[in-house]
Ligand binder design. Structure first.
Ligand SMILES: [Ca+2]
Length: 250
């Protein structure tokens, strides 16, 4: 049975809940639906896909990135970042194509929220208005508007000249960054994805990269590649214990 509804911040056709199929209609049509994995079909799209919906007091959010440990490697190439990897119920990257599809409608505005957890029991967040990704031919470039939160605006950078807003996505096999090369001390950097790890919207290279290597407690400070949000903790790069990126329409 299908019902077109507003759910998880999306206008979509809710097909079924994967975990509890019999609860589908109840979950979909009641405002206190619970967080979990849902199979969605955004309005106007033929493709269905699984997403994790985080239900918070301020609405339903669609998660597109989650890190909680090292079990899922984020050291992947372009095709993996384009299509997504991991398990949407735990650590995963939803995929650039899907996020593009969700945010491409020009008559809708999206908020993107980043949550970060440290190894000392603390957490912070960053929120951006007017979030959307460019198309595949635009290398899924990042577009974010105004920032709010207590994590600092790492996308625009901890110092001038490294703003990642407007940059295309880069991986170790696809270089869209702002270095050709960048000079850091006595190092000439051509390809940020090689040193920083994972795929991201690198500039020169920038202060944010939540897709680098995950590092365990006690060994999480000072790595070139990490789960980095360098306006949050520093000056030595601090790799977060956990991260989450998610969107909702407004
Ligand atoms: Ca480059």
């Amino acid at each position: 049975m299908k019902s077109v509804i507003e759910f998880c911040g999306l206008v979509l056709t809710c097909l079924l809940s994967l975990s509890e199929p019999t609860q589908t209609q109840i979950k979909a049509l009641t405002p206190n639906a619970t967080s979990g994995v849902y199979l969605i079909q955004p309005a106007g799209l033929k493709a269905r896909f699984r997403v994790y919906c985080e239900m918070l007091p301020d609405g339903g959010w669609t998660v597109f990135q989650r890190r909680t440990g090292g079990a899922v490697s984020f050291s992947r190439k372009w095709a993996a970042y384009e299509n997504g990897f991991g398990n949407v119920a735990s650590d995963h990257w939803l995929g650039l194509k899907k996020v593009f599809c969700l945010t491409k409608k020009k008559n809708k505005n999206w908020i993107m929220r980043v949550d970060l957890w440290d190894f000392e029991g603390g957490s912070v967040h960053a929120q951006y208005n007017d979030f959307r990704l460019g198309s595949k031919t635009e290398e899924f470039k990042l577009n974010v508007g105004g920032y709010s939160g207590d994590a600092g605006d790492a996308i625009r950078g901890a110092y001038p000249g490294i703003d990642q807003n407007g940059y295309g996505f880069s991986t170790i096999d696809r270089d869209n960054d702002g270095c050709s090369p960048c000079i850091f001390g006595d190092i000439a950097e051509n390809d940020c994805a090689f040193s920083e790890g994972g795929g991201w919207w690198f500039s020169r290279c920038g202060s944010a990269n939540l897709n680098g290597d995950w590092h365990p407690a006690g060994d999480n400070i000072g790595w070139a590649s990490g789960v980095h949000w360098l306006t949050w903790k520093g000056p030595a790069p601090y790799s977060a214990k956990a991260s989450r990126m998610m969107i909702k329409s407004v």
